[in-house]
Design a protein around this ligand. Structure first.
Ligand code: GDP
Ligand code: MG
Length: 181
């Protein structure tokens, strides 16, 4: 009970692995801590990343254990290895709506996702920091049209204000469930 292998318990029907990806400081770790623990941290500690976090999500009548992987800051050096992506059924591809460069780099991240990830991986494009309305440089429409072009789900989120965070993860998990069942 309460052990690390609790996904073996009968009340859990599936275990899905998903990854967080995107430029450094876009808010990946805070999206995960908000989703998994309902926590937000003002300071960024890129080198003390957790490996992954779990949360159980009910989709229809099935209980899904989502195992979400976070980087430990390797993205700063573009040094994420293929093992990070191995077995992942979904990805949250995150940019910062206040940093144009993080949006422009999405093409590179998509290339990497498609190189190392499985071809039917569910990708949710996430424009984070939507609370910073006065610093916005990437329009909602820019995110929408990229998502449409690349066949991705899309949401703007705020890990800080807890806006759409749950929705982003749940949409990904529900879509994975749809595809795999
Ligand atoms: P990571 O490098 O992608 O994991 O980014 P972090 O989660 O470490 O966040 C980087 C910085 O952005 C930290 O100072 C966070 O407090 C801040 N941050 C993350 N999400 C948000 C958000 O939704 N709104 C605002 N205003 N700041 C955020
Ligand atoms: Mg991080």
């Amino acid at each position: 009970m309460g052990s690390a292998d609790s996904f073996d318990e009968p009340e859990c029907d599936y275990l899905f692995k998903a990854v967080l990806i995107g430029d450094s400081a876009v808010g990946k770790s805070n999206l995960l801590s908000r989703f998994a623990k309902d926590e937000f941290h003002l300071d960024s500690k890129p080198t003390i990343g957790v490996e992954f976090a779990y949360r159980n999500i009910k989709v229809g009548d099935k209980m899904i254990k989502a195992q979400i992987w976070d980087t430990a800051g390797q993205e700063r050096f573009r040094a994420i290895t293929s093992s990070y992506y191995r077995g992942a059924l979904g990805a949250l591809l995150v940019y910062d709506i206040t940093r144009k460069e993080s949006f422009e780099n999405l093409k590179k991240w998509l290339r990497e996702l498609r190189q190392f990830g499985s071809s039917d991986m569910v990708i949710v494009l996430v424009g984070n920091k939507s609370d910073l309305v006065n610093s916005r440089v990437v329009n909602l429409e820019d995110g929408q049209s990229l998502a449409q072009l690349e066949g991705l789900l899309f949401l703007e989120t705020s890990a800080k204000e807890n806006v759409n965070v749950e929705e982003a993860f749940v949409q990904m998990i529900a879509r994975i469930h749809e595809i795999t069942s």
